[in-house]
Design a protein around this ligand. Structure first.
Ligand SMILES: Nc1ncnc2c1ncn2[C@@H]1O[C@H](COP(=O)(O)OP(=O)(O)OP(=O)(O)O)[C@@H](O)[C@H]1O
Ligand SMILES: Cc1ncc(CO)c(N)n1
Length: 270
């Protein structure tokens, strides 16, 4: 049986709600074979990050070369990349192997404030990785770092999306988790031509650990099975909405989302 394959290049979250764990769970739920290249091991739970142990750039390249020599991913996502050496290693392999359908989630800070990307690495994201991206999915604080502008109005959110597409992403999604829109949690999309919103209902919950990872992994899985970016974004929004809305209780801090909620809604046999 032929299968569609997706690769995540990201950090490990020992707590299981974000990073490669959330990505692989999401790929599986969307009927895509998941592969991973680990960039850093984090000792983490729902309450915070206890430690970060980065993999060497050589170690990341070696994982990517092993994958590239044997298994061609139909789509790739990046999450926590931690430093500029790892960004360069990831971008180099993606370019050399000619992997398409790249989703860049420019992870910078964990919910509790721990740094998941060194300060001098944002420039490397812009120079090497974002130009290769089909979709980039910053939250508002990440979009502020990447554009150097304060985003405090709807107009500025649009302007930031234009700048990020100008850096080379085909499509920019500025997510709404950190955007105060009362009971709405909508994400702004700009595809270089038109703006549109992925509408969602804000759920009152503290269990939002890994929402960004899960959302970008769902986009990646849908691109891997050949959906258009617009279709992929739409499904990913439904996936994360269900995962937050039909929440689970695990841990005493910011708990994980429910990665199997979308299946429970009757989407198992798509
Ligand atoms: N409380 C919520 N209710 C409904 N949807 C939410 C909620 N919080 C986030 N989302 C959705 O989850 C997705 C991820 O957005 P968010 O802005 O939380 O990403 P993030 O900050 O990168 O997440 P993380 O760093 O935890 O991985 C978006 O589609 C957003 O609209
Ligand atoms: C490993 C990892 N990647 C990403 C995030 C952001 O949610 C996190 N907390 N941990």
């Amino acid at each position: 049986m032929q299968v569609n394959k997706a690769l995540t290049i990201a950090g490990s979250d020992s707590g299981g709600g974000a990073g490669i764990q959330s990505d692989l769970k999401t790929f599986q739920e969307l009927n895509v074979y998941g592969m991973s290249a680990v960039t850093a091991v984090t000792a983490q739970n729902t309450r915070g990050v206890h430690g970060i142990y980065p993999v060497t750039a050589e170690g990341v390249t070696s994982q990517l070369e092993a994958i590239g020599a044997d298994l061609r991913p139909d789509a790739v996502k990046t999450g926590m990349l931690f430093n500029k050496e790892i960004i360069e290693a990831a971008a180099g392999a993606i370019k050399n192997f000619g992997w398409n359908n790249l989703v860049v989630d420019p992870v910078m800070v964990a919910k509790g404030g721990s740094i998941l990307l060194e300060e001098d690495a944002a420039a490397a994201l812009k120079e090497w990785l974002i130009p290769l991206a089909k979709v980039i999915t910053p939250n508002v604080p990440e979009a502020e770092v990447l554009t150097g502008m304060k985003i405090d109005s709807a107009e500025k959110r649009k302007k930031a999306a234009e700048i990020l597409c100008g850096i080379g992403a085909d499509i920019t999604v500025i997510k709404g988790g950190h955007w105060n829109e009362s009971d709405l949690c909508s994400d702004l999309v700009y595809d270089g031509q038109e703006f549109y919103e992925l509408d969602g209902k804000r759920v009152a919950t503290k269990n939002t650990h890994g929402t960004g990872c899960t959302f970008s992994a769902a986009i990646t899985a849908e691109l891997a099975i050949g959906k258009t970016p617009k279709e992929a974004l739409h499904t990913a929004k439904q996936f994360i909405q269900a995962a937050v809305e039909y929440g689970i209780e695990a841990g005493s801090g910011h708990g994980p989302t429910n990665h199997w909620a979308y299946r429970r809604l009757g989407n198992a046999k798509r």
